[in-house]
Design a protein around this ligand. Structure first.
Ligand SMILES: [Mn+2]
Length: 357
C-alpha cells in the first residue's frame, strides 16, 4: 500500500488523521498481524497502539511504524489524546463499522477529543484492499491449493457411519498439517437433511447411504483466505439428486464462463440465477452467487443481486450457487476465481462432476 493512497484518502475524507481498528486493515496498512490494537495514521506517520502481548510482534512486523504500548496509567484513549495534540488534529477519521459504541465512548472521553472531532470513514479503508496484487494472489492460490489437496484426501475418509464432526476435524487437521495457519471460517460439513441448511454447523449426525454431503471449507496462508465447497453423495445418487446437482453445476459453469470485468456484480449473480430459475428451483437459491475474499473471508464487493459495483481485473470472487430443499437436502459448488482482463482464472482445481462414494 502506497503512502500516496493513504494521503489521498485522508484528503478526500477531509480528515487530518485516521484511527484504524479493523485487524485486516491494520495488517494491510502496516504489516502488523496482531489483534485488539489500533493503527494511527497521518500522511506523515504511522503509530501502532497495542498492549504488551503484541509489542515485540508489532516492532517486528510494523513497517515504518512507531509502536506505543498501553499501560494502566496510559490507556489507548490517553495515548490517542497525546497523538492528536502533537499533530494538531481537528478531524479524526475512524471505522464506525469496526468499533463498538462503548469503545468509542471511552476513547473520546479519555482522549479529550469530543464527538465533534470524529468522522466516519465507512468502508473506505477496506476498499483499498479490493484489488489484489501478484503477491496476494500467490498466497490465495497457495491457500486454495491446500484446500484442493484436503478435498482429495477427505474423499478417502467419507463413508457411512462417520460423523460430520469427524469429517470437519479431519479436513482442518489436514489443512493445518499442510501449511495452513488455520481455517478461514468454521468448516461446514452438512449431510442428508442438514445439507438443506446452507450454513449448517457440523454435528454428531453420522453420514448415511443416500446422503448428500456438502463440505465448505477454507484455510489461511500468510493471512489470506481460501474458500471452496463440494457436494458428494454417499452411495448411489437418486435421479432427483442427480437432477438437482446438475442444475447447480450448470449454473456454476455458466457463471464461470460468463463472468468478466465491466459487468456489475448483480449481472454476475444473474448468470447463475437464470439457470437455476429456468430449471424451476429459483425459490431454493436464497443467497448471493458469491463474495470477494482476501485477508477476510467475506469482503466486498459481493456477487449479489443488490451489489452495483463493476467487476475489475484483479478482484477475487467466489462463485457458489446452491439449491437447498427442506427435507430433501442441498447442493452447493464453490470455486474461488480471480477476475482477469477477459474473464476469470480459477484458483480451484478439484473435480466437480457428481462423486458417488
Ligand atoms: Mn464462500
Amino acid at each position: 500500500m502506497t503512502a500516496e493512497k493513504i494521503s489521498e484518502l485522508l484528503k478526500e475524507k477531509k480528515v487530518d488523521a485516521a484511527l484504524v481498528s479493523s485487524p485486516a486493515n491494520i495488517r494491510y496498512l502496516s504489516g502488523f498481524a496482531g489483534t485488539e490494537s489500533y493503527l494511527y495514521l497521518t500522511p506523515e506517520r504511522k503509530v501502532i497502539l497495542t498492549d504488551s502481548r503484541y509489542t515485540l510482534q508489532a516492532e517486528e512486523e510494523g513497517k515504518d511504524c512507531a509502536v506505543w504500548t498501553m499501560s494502566r496509567e496510559r490507556s489507548y484513549g490517553v495515548m490517542l489524546g497525546e497523538l492528536l495534540r502533537e499533530d494538531g488534529v481537528e478531524r479524526l477519521g475512524f471505522e464506525e463499522n469496526a468499533m463498538l459504541y462503548g469503545t468509542w465512548n471511552s476513547l473520546w472521553k479519555k482522549s479529550g477529543f469530543g464527538p465533534e472531532h470524529w468522522v466516519m470513514l465507512g468502508d473506505s479503508l477496506s476498499e483499498l484492499r479490493v484489488m489484489k496484487n501478484e503477491q496476494e494472489l500467490q498466497w490465495m492460490e497457495k491457500a486454495e491449493s491446500i484446500g484442493d489437496a484436503a478435498f482429495s484426501y477427505i474423499l478417502g475418509e467419507l463413508k457411512a457411519g462417520v460423523t460430520e464432526l469427524e469429517i470437519a476435524a479431519k479436513l482442518e487437521y489436514y489443512m493445518r498439517s499442510h501449511g495452513a495457519e488455520g481455517t478461514s471460517f468454521d468448516t461446514i460439513v452438512a449431510s442428508g437433511y442438514h445439507s438443506a441448511m446452507p450454513h449448517a454447523v457440523p454435528s454428531e449426525k453420522k453420514l448415511e447411504a443416500g446422503d448428500f454431503v456438502t463440505m465448505d471449507f477454507g484455510c489461511k496462508y500468510h493471512g489470506y483466505c481460501s474458500d471452496m465447497t463440494r457436494t458428494v453423495v454417499i452411495g448411489k445418487a437418486s435421479e432427483r439428486q442427480k437432477e438437482v446437482y446438475n442444475v447447480v453445476l450448470k449454473a456454476q459453469l455458466t457463471a464461470l464462463k460468463g463472468l468478466r470485468p465491466g459487468m456489475t456484480c448483480a449481472e454476475g449473480d444473474r448468470l447463475a440465477r437464470d439457470v437455476i430459475e429456468k430449471a424451476g428451483y429459483g425459490q431454493y437459491f436464497g443467497h448471493s452467487l458469491g463474495h470477494s475474499v482476501g485477508l477476510e473471508i467475506h469482503e466486498k464487493p459481493a456477487l449479489s443481486p443488490k451489489d452495483g459495483h463493476v467487476l475489475q481485473a484483479g478482484m477475487v470472487e467466489t462463485v457458489e450457487p446452491g439449491i437447498y430443499i427442506p427435507d430433501f437436502g442441498g447442493v452447493r459448488i464453490e470455486d474461488m476465481v480471480v477476475l482477469t482482463e477477459n474473464g476469470v482464472r480459477n484458483l480451484t482445481h478439484s473435480p466437480k462432476e457428481l462423486i458417488e462414494i
